[in-house]
Design a protein around this ligand. Structure first.
Ligand SMILES: Cc1cc2nc3c(=O)[nH]c(=O)nc-3n(C[C@H](O)[C@H](O)[C@H](O)COP(=O)(O)OP(=O)(O)OC[C@H]3O[C@@H](n4cnc5c(N)ncnc54)[C@H](O)[C@@H]3O)c2cc1C
Length: 416
């Protein structure tokens, strides 16, 4: 006989969306558990740049699009959580920066981009004087501004949210040991899991798939179509070494030419993640080619930048999103309700609170709150291993390259 647990909500996937939802629903009193296949945050959340966007990126073409409108509330919500004045209390999350610098390559179209960014947003770029610039931007010819968009350390964020409800987390590394039982109407009634410690049955009212690209396989496993999702690949560059701590975007017209975010690593170096247009162009490139492109771009947009002060690597990661007709970025989070299964793609890390509150509203209307977990329920949950937090991208990179000083074109050499 399997050992049974009565659960209100079973969440699959412990990235930003799943963990924020677990927190909101658990605080509301739901009997809620989260099943993670790999390590918390694996894929997009830990691979992300951690910028709490307020809509600037969405409005660079000068129009306040629907997506800019939706996202403009997010920085305020996050700020309250990050300073501990609102739940979830994220005051222990490492803040990479309180704002992001913004500068442009000196062209008319990019000036228009900066103007467009100011239309209708709650966080708008504030011009800064030459004296107030960070030293890395001191020789940039044009205008420099700062956006009050906070930048968080994604691993620290995942660690903070994950530890709040550690007793509700279950590490189940193999999809094959999970079986979904459905009734004649198509509702999932229970989830059976075979572990080395025995058989378990999670009788459930609601299932949430928040597993990023893993949602496709999960949907198939419950007989739903997998083609509600799109993947948009990126090839990101990372650098580690004697670099300044810096977070900012270089804008060219309506495009972000490079986006740099940075964090101090456990061994005291500074690591940069570099995204933006280079990460899109780099999708078809080998790591060496992308490093050449990224370092050339950095030299072009940051006068005096010397890439030989760091080691360089790359990582590939797909953005997993709800399907849109032309494969473009969705305007906002995408959710599908099929019987009692909700599949969610937040579109942006910044949207995690919005996803959780939409799910909470849905559940409040459909799933009653019952007495919480008993001590024996909590004891049974201890039979499951607890997932770890995925390592930062520079910790999982296995190959690094160095840049030869003063060579044109940039010359890249493998170091490890
Ligand atoms: C390079 C990059 C940079 C980005 N930068 C930003 C940024 O600066 N700001 C911003 O707002 N957004 C950014 N984004 C977007 C943002 O990262 C994502 O929208 C967000 O992190 C998605 O979170 P998620 O929880 O849906 O999925 P994920 O973070 O992908 O998490 C999914 C989780 O589900 C688990 N999982 C997978 N399959 C299963 C399964 N079968 N069963 C159980 N668990 C499973 C995974 O192991 C993982 O832990 C960026 C994205 C990328 C790729």
């Amino acid at each position: 006989m399997p050992r049974s647990l009565d659960i209100d909500v079973v969440i699959f996937g412990g990235g930003a969306a799943g963990l924020w939802t677990l927190d909101v629903l658990s605080r509301q009193g739901y009997r809620c558990v989260l099943i993670e296949k790999t390590a918390l945050g694996t894929g997009q959340t830990v691979g992300s740049q951690g910028i709490i966007h307020g809509g600037l990126k969405y409005s660079l073409d000068g129009l306040l699009t629907q997506s800019a409108y939706q996202i403009r509330q997010m920085p305020g919500i996050w700020r309250d959580c990050l300073n501990g004045s609102s739940e979830p209390n994220l005051s222990d999350v490492a803040l990479r920066s309180d704002g992001c610098y913004l500068w442009r390559t000196d062209s008319l179209s990019s000036r228009l981009g900066m103007l467009g960014a100011q239309i209708g947003l709650q966080v708008t770029p504030q011009s800064i004087s030459k004296e107030a610039r960070p030293s890395i931007l001191k020789d940039v010819p044009g205008h420099v501004a700062i956006m009050p968009e906070q930048v968080i350390s994604p691993t620290s964020f995942i660690h903070s949210l994950g530890m709040r409800w550690a007793d509700r987390l279950m590490h189940v590394p193999n999809d094959d040991v999970i079986k979904f039982d459905k009734d004649s109407t198509g509702r999932v009634t229970s989830i059976r899991i075979t572990q080395s410690t025995g058989e378990y049955e999670l009788r459930c009212h609601q299932v949430i798939f928040s597993a990023g690209q893993g949602n496709a396989t999960l949907r198939e496993a419950v007989g739903l179509s997998a083609d509600r999702m799109q993947r948009r690949p990126l090839h990101m560059t990372i650098a580690k070494g004697n670099l300044p701590v810096f977070n900012g975007h270089c804008v060219d017209g309506s495009k972000t030419r490079v986006t740099i975010t940075s964090e101090v690593t456990s061994d005291g170096d500074v690591a940069w993640q570099i995204g933006g247009q280079v990460a899109e162009l780099g999708v078809s490139m080998m790591p060496e080619q992308l490093i050449q492109l990224t370092t050339s771009e950095l030299k072009a947009v940051i006068p005096g930048f010397d890439p030989s002060c760091a080691q360089w690597s790359t990582y590939r990661v797909d953005r997993a999103e709800g399907l849109t007709p032309q494969g473009k970025r969705p305007d906002q989070p995408v959710m599908h309700l099929d019987h009692n299964v909700i599949t969610v793609w937040p579109t942006k890390l910044a949207f995690a609170p919005s996803v959780a509150s939409q799910l909470q509203s849905h559940l409040s209307a459909h799933v009653p709150i019952r007495p919480g977990f008993t001590l024996s329920d909590l004891e049974l949950m201890k039979s499951f291993d607890k997932p770890k937090v995925a390592p930062a991208v520079w910790e999982s990179a296995t190959q690094w390259w160095s840049i030869q000083p003063n060579q044109q074109p940039v010359s890249v050499r493998r170091v490890a």
